[in-house]
Write a protein that binds this ligand. Structure first.
Ligand code: ADP
Ligand code: MG
Length: 290
């Protein structure tokens, strides 16, 4: 049976938008020594905005139209950014055949007879040869904290689409609060290393970049084998395995159905600071019990 103090702690959390699935989760927060954060939608707002469109061999609207065609069935934040921009620019979005998401890499499909791919520079480089100038452009955009998706058409680079996703306003303070509680914080992301490091530096957190979903899960396991009790915070898009592997999985942001099912706890108001608040709540409640 749940002691009254724990029930009261769970209720206090719930009133503040900190949902914990039961007394064992509340108790578990006391012992957390590391927090791994997903980047997109967790440390950042998850609402990237298209900042640059570079076109090769066709015009910008054609690049946006082809990219939007691939993304039309996707709920990935980068997909939403591209669809919004295509709409704003009144780029016509043609239908796509056999569209397929490749987790942590991008999307592919057939658009008007063209075999198209849109995804990370790394994934594009596995499928096509990028020119020196294209690689330089990607590096410069990444250095400015922008994520670049590369559009391939029949195996050739057709365009680069750069997007910026601003950090959540309390991200730096929320990370500092965890460090103040003696907790290690690390950012795990599928995004490019330069982009990740630009954002991580501004937030005061260590970053592990260019990760696939299974890599995020593996790193959670590595931290646990170092003797750390690990909480993983994510929106569940591509990181459900890592959420499930963590000692405590925390869903944040849009909170996809997957994430809420896999998670032990949820942050309803999108505040990074709420992770430290759950730890403090747990420590206060448990100190009163033992
Ligand atoms: P994060 O770890 O930041 O949540 P993801 O694992 O979702 O990032 O994606 C990793 C990278 O793969 C993205 O930065 C992007 O370059 C590429 N990518 C993944 N899905 C898409 C998509 N639907 N459209 C464009 N690019 C994508
Ligand atoms: Mg993600």
């Amino acid at each position: 049976s749940t002691p009254a103090a724990i029930a009261a702690g769970l209720a206090t959390g719930a009133r503040r938008g900190l949902l914990m699935k039961g007394g064992a989760v509340l108790e578990g927060f006391r012992d957390i020594t590391a927090v791994a954060f997903d980047k997109t939608g967790t440390l950042t707002k998850g609402k990237p905005v298209v900042t640059d469109v570079l076109a090769f061999g066709r015009d910008q609207r054609a690049v946006l139209a082809l990219a939007a065609a691939l993304e039309q069935g996707s709920s990935h934040p980068l997909a939403v950014a591209i669809l919004d921009r295509a709409k704003a620019d009144k780029a016509p979005v043609p239908p796509v055949l056999a569209a397929k998401a490749i987790a942590g890499k991008g999307v592919e499909g057939s658009v008007g007879g063209v075999a198209a791919f849109l995804g990370s520079g790394q994934a594009a480089a596995e499928r096509a040869t990028l020119s020196e100038a294209q690689r330089f452009a990607i590096d410069s955009l990444n250095g400015a904290g922008k994520t670049v998706s590369v559009l391939l058409a029949n195996g050739a680079v057709a365009g680069l689409i750069a997007m910026r996703d601003e950090p959540r306003p309390d991200a730096a303070a929320g990370i500092a609060a965890l460090k103040g509680e003696g907790i290690r914080a690390v950012m795990l992301t599928g995004d490019n290393r330069r982009t990740a490091e630009a954002i991580a530096a501004s937030l005061g957190i260590d970053a592990r970049a260019e990760l696939l979903p299974q890599d995020k899960q593996r790193i959670v396991g590595e931290l646990q084998r170092q003797g750390l009790k690990v909480a993983k915070v994510g929106d569940g898009i591509n990181d459900a395995p890592a959420l499930a592997a963590a000692d405590i999985g925390i869903a944040m942001g849009g909170g996809t159905d997957v994430a809420l099912e896999t998670a032990d706890a949820a942050i309803l108001h999108g505040r990074v600071m709420d992770v430290a608040r759950m730890v403090r709540l747990s420590r206060a409640v448990m100190a009163n019990i033992r």
